[in-house]
Design a protein around this ligand. Structure first.
Ligand SMILES: Cc1cc2nc3c(=O)[nH]c(=O)nc-3n(C[C@H](O)[C@H](O)[C@H](O)COP(=O)(O)OP(=O)(O)OC[C@H]3O[C@@H](n4cnc5c(N)ncnc54)[C@H](O)[C@@H]3O)c2cc1C
Length: 476
């Protein structure tokens, strides 16, 4: 197959799909070249025996509205559901689950009552955390790790039992390597402007607290969103099993993909993981490729298990639990999908997932399916009181899927942007670069599409106003 389009989007994860959607809305012809046999990237929902399993991500953060707004544009607004009540999240300590104090924002307590009452921290730990108000802001503006920041402000217990499993845990990352500047700039701003996170978060938590909680999802899993995106694109836009092998030329770009696919495109958006971008850029610009290759990725494995309700002793009253590195390094977390969201399991059944791998256990993906299920059962049984073998078990592997924005990431990104300027018409998006979560990937994919469009307009007609929609090139 060969085609000529305005823009080739390489990679059909959420960032690439969002870019293609934005281009299509603006009347620009594009094609999405995807290596695997389906679009969606790490977003994958399966419906099996009445269970709806999100194999990868399951939640859209409300506070960053780009993904929710996209669902609304796609006609899915009415289907978005908030997390079910009660919205408890647990942390494992000393082989027991301790509820995260209510009113916590990203683990930072905002209400003294639940914080003082929690069994999660020792009294010494609570005193040290409470003393955060008196810790002066750091004068140095250099980037630092989440671990360094949290220990400096709240003490080591807060790092071990909050920051490591929660803040680094959502990235399957290493608390001592992930960047505060790239991932939690709001914390740094609170420190700088208000001198104390406890104070800053206490004030904003009141304004922000919403009846809907912090996350939303879709009853059919997040694949509903990627399926709707695919359906919103003209037929034939997505080419699966079309892994890109090489990009030649400089606008038009001559793109060679698997199975003899060839695409000629005036601009190209690379929406692949940074390590894949490095592979594609190496022949063109070794320095740029090296910068992309420095962005590390963690691999993750999810094991979905279903039981009859009576086979699980725990009430599963909440969204699940996280496991601090100091407690049991083999399991990262477990989420109780059927308690967290409505419509995930038939009546009388429960569905849960255990997470393995991450920077903590890079070899986890080597386990066979049977070993992974055994490890999940071993980890969950003493905590949840599992009384039977699972009715259903599914294992999903996500190799090199979680981008790690480590200390210095923003400087590396600036160097990447500067190097990319040497290659007009080439653009980069996706979780490796400007934002990791789905909302950031949607926002950046769309913004990158607009940047590509501006570039095409300026190229076609220097006088034309940027961002004016116009068809530049239609696929024959
Ligand atoms: C297990 C897990 C759980 C997560 N949970 C959440 C969550 O609940 N909420 C949230 O907001 N975020 C979550 N995240 C993060 C978020 O899902 C991802 O960061 C985001 O989906 C990445 O999207 P992407 O398009 O950048 O990359 P990907 O989804 O990785 O897509 C990149 C695509 O590029 C393709 N590709 C690679 N090389 C080539 C090539 N040479 N040619 C063509 N195609 C190629 C790949 O096949 C892939 O489809 C989670 C991530 C994981 C792994």
């Amino acid at each position: 197959m060969s085609a000529a389009v305005d823009v080739a989007v390489i990679g059909g994860g959420i960032a690439g799909l969002a870019a293609a959607y934005e281009l299509t809305r603006r009347g620009v012809s594009c094609v999405v070249l995807e290596e695997s046999g389906r679009a969606g990237g790490v977003i994958l929902s399966e419906r099996i025996d009445g269970f709806t399993i999100d194999a990868g991500p399951d939640a859209l953060l409300i506070q960053k509205p780009a993904a929710i707004a996209l669902c609304e544009e796609l006609g899915l607004g009415e289907r978005l559901v908030p997390t079910s009540l009660p919205r408890f999240a647990y942390i494992l300590r000393d082989e027991r689950l301790h509820v995260l104090p209510s009113g916590s924002v990203l683990g930072i307590p905002t209400r003294p009552g639940p914080f003082l009452a929690t069994s999660l921290f020792s009294w010494r730990g609570k005193l040290r955390m409470g003393a955060e108000r008196f810790i002066p802001p750091r004068a140095d503006t250099a980037d630092e790790s989440i671990g360094s920041f949290m220990t400096r402000r709240f003490g080591i217990e807060a790092t071990r039992y909050l920051a490591e499993p929660l803040l680094a845990g959502i990235h399957a990352g290493d608390v001592d390597r992930l960047s505060m500047k790239a991932l939690f700039p709001r914390f740094l701003e609170a420190e700088r402007k208000q001198g104390s996170l406890l104070e800053a978060f206490r004030r904003t938590a009141h304004a922000r607290s919403t009846a809907e909680g912090a996350f939303k999802s879709l009853p059919g899993g997040l694949s509903e969103m990627t399926d709707a995106l695919v359906a919103a694109l003209p037929p034939g836009t997505i080419r699966v099993d079309a892994g890109v092998l090489g990009i030649a030329g400089a606008g038009p770009f001559e793109i060679e993909a698997a199975a003899g696919t060839r695409v000629s495109a005036r601009a190209a958006i690379l929406a692949v993981p940074a390590w894949a971008a490095a592979d594609l850029l190496r022949g063109r610009d070794a320095a740029l490729a090296a910068l992309c290759g420095e962005i590390r990725y963690a691999s993750a494995m999810t094991v979905a298990l279903a039981f009859r309700r009576e086979e699980v002793a725990h009430p599963l009253n909440g969204s699940g639990f996280v496991v601090p590195r100091v407690e049991a390094p083999r399991m990262l977390a477990a989420s109780w999908l059927s308690s967290k969201w409505p419509y995930r399991a038939p009546a009388g059944r429960v569905l849960m997932r255990a997470f393995f791998g991450g920077m903590r256990d890079p070899d986890a993906l080597q386990m066979s399916d049977a070993q992974a299920v055994d490890r999940a059962m071993e980890g969950l049984t003493p905590i949840l009181g599992l009384r039977a073998q699972p009715l259903l078990a599914r294992v999903y592997r996500w190799p090199r899927a979680n981008a790690q924005h480590e200390v210095g990431h923003l400087d590396r990104l600036a160097a990447i942007e500067a190097a990319l300027a040497r290659h007009p018409g080439l653009f980069l998006t996706g979780s490796g670069f400007r934002g990791v979560g789905i909302p950031d990937c949607v926002a950046d994919g769309r913004a990158t599409a607009r940047a590509a469009l501006d570039w095409l307009h300026n190229r076609v007609d220097g006088k034309r106003e940027a961002n004016q929609p116009r068809t530049l090139h239609r696929e024959p």
